[in-house]
Design a protein around this ligand. Structure first.
Ligand code: GDP
Length: 367
């Protein structure tokens, strides 16, 4: 394994292109991540690990495909790759971005990502999109949505994995995030659409959670779920440009008042409210300054480290639950027994509780 590159703790704003070529030798070339050659050599685990650590985008993309694969034969290999790259992960700033469709997420990520690339950062954009799981039609992560950014040599965009449960998508996205970090990306943007459970899932993967909001026709806050506001470290009112500027500012003030009554998402950090225009770029650099400030504050008071530790544990528990469910429900003996018990329940001869107990006792007799 090559030596650990002398990479700074995080976000080396002054690192410049020299840093980029050292950490990511393939970074200067065009984005070839999604154009696999017709005759691809099979990669060994060593190849995956070495390729990722050398910042080879083609290998990174293939590693992510392996991580996303639902084929059981790939699971062990993916797990091994993730385990081997683990020591090189954890240095990136992890940012979640949510907002209703039309709030301007992709426009914002394009402007924000280009700003970060301009500062010398390596930006990976991932998506957690439950709609692509349910309908196979993706709301997020479409590469064409961020045209300029997707062509930038310092950026890597990966659409939401499709298929499986939200839990499955979350597992894949989390491991993809780790692979990107090991490949030298130092800012990870995880985009999700504001439709329920997915925000909680993304919140549990990131350091900083940003809610992108917009001005509506009065009463803006009524439609906004309190729960989502409580997840946010910042509420940024987008589209503060032209005639809309004063309204965006008054929306911001409404949010500012509303958050007084809410529990902040992060200990020691007051949920911030800002306005910006993803279209003109006004206010976009200030969002990054705010996140740097957050990072400094939470590093100094230990909240960041505590959060990351909790997230890892939460992660382990989620994987355990997923594994237990898959093993239990995938067992043919249990499936057969379940069928029988189900028929009994349907016929009204057995209560649901008694059926479940009988099923569980079969594999785990009570002590
Ligand atoms: P998403 O669904 O949240 O990803 O939203 P999009 O980024 O696709 O933006 C939705 C629409 O809002 C598009 O027509 C954008 O051009 C427009 N839009 C996004 N950001 C801004 C902004 O800052 N100002 C204005 N005026 N329009 C914007």
């Amino acid at each position: 394994m090559p030596d650990q590159p002398p990479r700074p703790e995080w976000a080396p704003a002054d690192a410049g292109p020299e840093f980029a070529s050292r950490v990511m030798p393939g970074a200067a070339g065009p984005s070839a991540a999604f154009t696999p050659s017709p005759k691809r050599r099979t990669l060994s685990i060593d190849d995956y690990v070495a390729g990722i650590e050398a910042g080879d985008r083609a290998v990174l993309a293939r590693a992510i495909t392996l991580i996303e694969s639902d084929a059981p034969r790939h699971h062990g290999e993916a797990r091994e790759v993730v385990n081997r790259i683990l020591p090189r992960t954890g240095r990136a700033v992890r940012i979640g971005i949510t907002g209703i469709p039309g709030a301007g997420k992709s426009t914002f990520i394009e402007a924000f990502g280009l700003h970060l690339c301009g500062l010398g950062h390596k930006v990976a954009v991932l998506a957690v999109d439950p709609s692509s799981t349910l309908t196979r039609g993706s709301v997020l992560g479409d590469k064409t949505r961020m045209e300029q950014l997707s062509r930038h040599p310092s950026c890597f965009i990966r659409p939401s994995p499709s298929g499986g449960t939200l839990g499955g998508v979350a597992r894949k996205s989390r491991e993809t995030m780790l692979a990107c970090e090991a490949a030298g990306f130092d800012v990870i943007l995880v985009e999700t659409v504001g439709v329920g459970q997915s925000e909680t899932t993304v919140r549990s993967m990131v350091d900083f959670f940003l809610l992108l909001a917009i001005t509506g026709a009065g009463d803006e806050l009524q439609g906004m779920k309190r729960g989502i506001m409580e997840l946010a470290d910042a509420i940024v009112i987008n589209k503060a440009d032209g005639d809309n500027k004063p309204r965006a500012e008054s929306t911001r003030q409404q949010y500012e008042m509303a958050i007084h009554y809410l529990q902040p998402a992060t200990d020691g950090w007051k949920t911030a409210t800002r306005t910006c225009s993803a279209l003109t770029g006004e206010g976009v650099p200030q969002v990054w300054t705010m996140i740097e400030d957050f990072r400094r504050t939470t590093s100094e008071n230990g909240v960041l480290e505590t959060r990351r530790r909790h997230q890892t544990l939460e992660w382990m528990h989620a994987l355990l639950e997923e594994g237990l469910r898959a093993r239990f429900l995938g067992d043919p003996q249990i499936a057969a027994r379940r069928e029988k018990l189900q028929a009994e329940v349907l016929a009204g001869r057995l209560s649901a509780g008694a059926a479940v107990e009988a099923l569980l006792d079969h594999t785990h007799p009570p002590a």
